[in-house]
Design a protein around this ligand. Structure first.
Ligand code: 13P
Ligand code: SF4
Length: 300
């Protein structure tokens, strides 16, 4: 991938521009559709446009390519990469598969295409509990996010869980003391937390769920102020949907540097033909598609 000038320019009318809630506000404002990772993956499969411009980190664009291999998918900032995507190991997956019978390898969508290809099913934060509780396998190896894994395990007590050791450097670094301090600074505010946050933080929350879940909860709730335990970009959609409510970040630096690489200029480079389309090996697409499609089926 690169920024050469040898690629074809992209016509705006041929492209569906998808943006995650963590992308910069100006990018969200110019997108055709803004959502959490599950809604964006589903939107990609529903689109009739031949091109997808995915304003998110690399695993998001890869998921769109895996689900829609016939489409041309662009990542405006190909070096925007979620560090959690590589926090699991093929050897460890093989070792657990060999040791534990009746096992499903359940992989969070924040993972590389290569890891997805080794998985039985993919989940996102918005469907993980539903998908895992519908699996026929009794044992679950949940990778890479240990916090999301623990959140799911607490709600699916009938299954036995083995956990990976990965985590989001931003969400997992939140502490209960920080959450308590933010709540004390804003009396009456409710804490809304992403399940990538540690369990002690989630325990203080009025609501724990995906980015889209947090936004929907804030819109429906009677409370008028909220401490937001997820990435700063979410404040844009929260303020747009609930202009009369007040939102405060759990911590000022709840900020994903990789998501912020997707600038309006990076998006413009795609349309000028200066970015190479995303390519993945055919065998990776084929195997990862099985796990992603199983998620879409079980999440219905
Ligand atoms: P969502 O599944 O809520 O979109 O979260 C994606 C993500 O990267 C969280 O850090
Ligand atoms: Fe990855 Fe965390 Fe950024 Fe989400 S917020 S993309 S999990 S680094």
């Amino acid at each position: 991938m690169g920024y050469g000038t040898e690629h074809r320019s992209v016509l705006r009318e041929d492209a569906l521009v998808l943006a995650h809630y963590y992308a910069p506000a100006a990018v969200q404002a110019a997108a055709d559709f803004v959502g959490d990772s599950f809604a964006l993956a589903r939107k990609a499969t529903e689109s009739e446009k031949p091109v997808i411009v995915f304003c998110g980190v690399s695993f998001m664009g890869e998921s769109a390519k895996i689900l829609c291999p016939e489409k041309t998918v662009y990542l405006p900032a190909p070096d925007a990469h979620c560090p959690m995507a590589d926090m699991a190991d093929a050897d460890e997956i093989a070792r657990i598969r060999a040791a534990v019978p009746d096992l499903a390898v359940v992989t969070y969508v924040n993972s590389s295409a290569a890891l997805k290809a080794l998985s039985d099913v993919i989940v996102t934060s918005s469907n993980a509990v539903r998908v895992v509780s519908r699996l026929r396998e009794r044992n679950i190896y949940f990778i890479p996010d240990r916090n999301l894994g623990a959140f799911v395990a607490a709600q699916v007590p009938e299954k036995t869980f083995y956990f990976g050791s990965g985590g989001c450097p931003i969400h997992a670094s939140a502490t209960a003391d920080e959450a308590r301090a933010a709540l004390a600074a804003h009396p009456g505010a409710e804490l809304l937390a992403h399940p990538e946050c540690p369990r002690e933080v989630c325990a203080l929350a009025a609501y724990v769920g995906s980015t889209a879940g947090i936004i929907d909860y804030a819109q429906r709730a009677e409370a008028s102020s909220f401490v937001i335990g997820t990435e700063a970009g979410t404040l844009y959609e929260l303020s747009r949907r609930c202009p009369q409510k007040r939102f405060y970040l759990l911590r000022e630096d709840f900020y994903c540097g990789d998501m912020k690489k997707i600038t309006p200029e990076a998006v413009a480079r795609v349309f000028r033909g200066e970015v190479a389309p995303l390519e993945l090996p055919a065998e990776v697409i084929e195997r990862a598609a099985r796990a992603l499609r199983r998620m879409l089926e079980l999440a219905k």
